[in-house]
Design a protein around this ligand. Sequence first.
Ligand SMILES: [Zn+2]
Length: 75
Amino acid sequence: MDFTIRAEYEAGQTPGEPDARVAVWHMSRGDDPRAMCGADLAKEAATQPEDAWGTDAAHPFCSVCGAAYIRSLPR
Ligand SMILES: [Zn+2]
């Protein structure tokens, strides 16, 4: 299963614009714009590779998605 970190924007921002302010980063599965927490994110939203999870680049991160992601990892 591939995961993608996907942006949720502050109100009034245009998803995908390079200077749009990100409110919080979520985790989604593959190309699905729905986050693991259930949030519907824009198809145009900026994405980051799964590896960015836990780094400053993906801060702040949705705590619900973070917990769901941890549970989904192989152990
Ligand atoms: Zn989330």
